[in-house]
Design a protein around this ligand. Structure first.
Ligand SMILES: [Zn+2]
Length: 347
């Protein structure tokens, strides 16, 4: 991975995808459609926007990020670069999909020549949310590419896309950064080392999350509160644990995503205990809780920790399969292992 290349494309990590795109831009061998797949906040939108900038940049070294064209694209004001995704401020079920009308609009626009730049770029954010009709319409266009038009589909899960759409796109996989890559990137942004290490771990290699956390103190605050609750529940009696399961289950009916995040925090905590137990402290996520984790790890044996990690995974899987949320979470509470030699306080 060449660092200078990464500096020009202001992207954190993703060396393989960046170098492929840079070569294609230089050689003029661009695909008509790209599918960028990777977890949330890994950098899909950043990379897509920079490809649009590279294609329209007025400087020699593209993308310069400083010319009028690059700046307009960055601010969403360039007439030839459009982003579509879920419509905002709609709560009905309809809003859970990208509509045919949205696709019709961009297909119409795709047939007109570039208005102010050199190359039209259409970015479809959350492509797995295209309605079947919208996806089929898009497919027709992908089958008959238009010159100077590039479609970039972004997705967290390309298995949810029509296979025919996927097969028309060049697939780019964006992978999470390692902790050391994350630390280095945050250090370059002026984040002090200890905080950089914490955020790199908590972000699971997705720099978008880490950067949001440096800009918004609430992100870390929420994580701290959630972690305190988890540690509290681990040390609590059955009644308190069941109360907690009940509250989570109630939240699950309103906001599914939030529960998966909470379960991820549980997983992080218990994986950290496992890492501490195995001498892998360098890789722990909750880097600000080292001594606490070391103390907690002493309470359990390896088998207990591994079994409990599996239990959390089972609960998450059952929620995904629409099992009774309260029941799944209560079982997860019952599975919290007894401290070796101590035993759980019975309520
Ligand atoms: Zn430029």
């Amino acid at each position: 991975m060449s660092w200078s290349l990464l500096l020009m494309w202001k992207i954190i990590g993703q060396g393989r995808a960046v170098s492929l795109l840079e070569q294609s831009v230089k050689a003029g061998t661009l695909a008509h459609a790209y599918l960028m797949a990777g977890p949330p906040h890994v950098g899909k939108m950043t990379l897509a926007v920079q490809l649009a900038q590279a294609l329209n940049c007025e400087a020699d070294e593209k993308p310069c990020l400083e010319c009028d064209s690059c700046k307009k694209i960055a601010s969403g004001a360039h007439a030839d670069v459009q982003v579509i995704g879920l419509l905002q401020n709609e709560d009905d079920a309809e809003a859970k999909l990208i509509h045919t009308e949205q696709i019709k609009d961009i297909l119409h626009s795709a047939n007109l020549p570039p208005f102010e730049g050199k190359h039209k770029v259409f970015i479809i954010d959350g492509a797995e949310l295209l309605s079947t009709d919208a996806a089929n319409r898009l497919l027709k266009t992908l089958e008959e590419p238009v010159e100077k038009v590039t479609f970039i589909l972004l997705t967290t899960n390309d298995r949810l896309l029509l296979p025919t759409v996927v097969s028309r796109c060049q697939r780019l996989e964006l992978t999470p950064l390692s902790i050391s890559e994350g630390v280095r990137a945050l250090a370059e942004k002026g984040v002090e080392p200890e905080r950089a290490r914490l955020l790199a771990g908590l972000s699971h290699g997705c720099p978008g999350w880490a950067i949001a956390a440096t800009e918004d103190g609430q992100v870390l605050q929420q994580r701290n509160e959630e972690l305190e609750r988890i540690i509290g529940v681990i040390g609590a009696d059955c009644e308190e644990r069941f109360d907690y399961a009940g509250r989570l289950a109630a939240r699950f009916s309103q906001n599914r995503g939030a529960i998966y995040e909470t379960l991820d925090r549980w997983l992080d905590y218990w994986r950290d205990l496992l890492l501490v137990k195995l001498g892998g402290e360098d890789m722990i996520v909750n880097a600000d809780r080292r001594s606490e984790l070391a103390g907690m790890a002493g309470n359990y044996n390896l088998t207990q920790i591994k079994d409990y990690i599996e239990s959390i995974g089972r609960a998450a899987e059952q929620l995904r399969q629409n099992a009774n949320a309260r029941l799944a979470l209560e079982v997860m509470m019952l599975d919290i292992p007894d401290k070796e030699g101590g035993g759980v306080k019975n309520g």
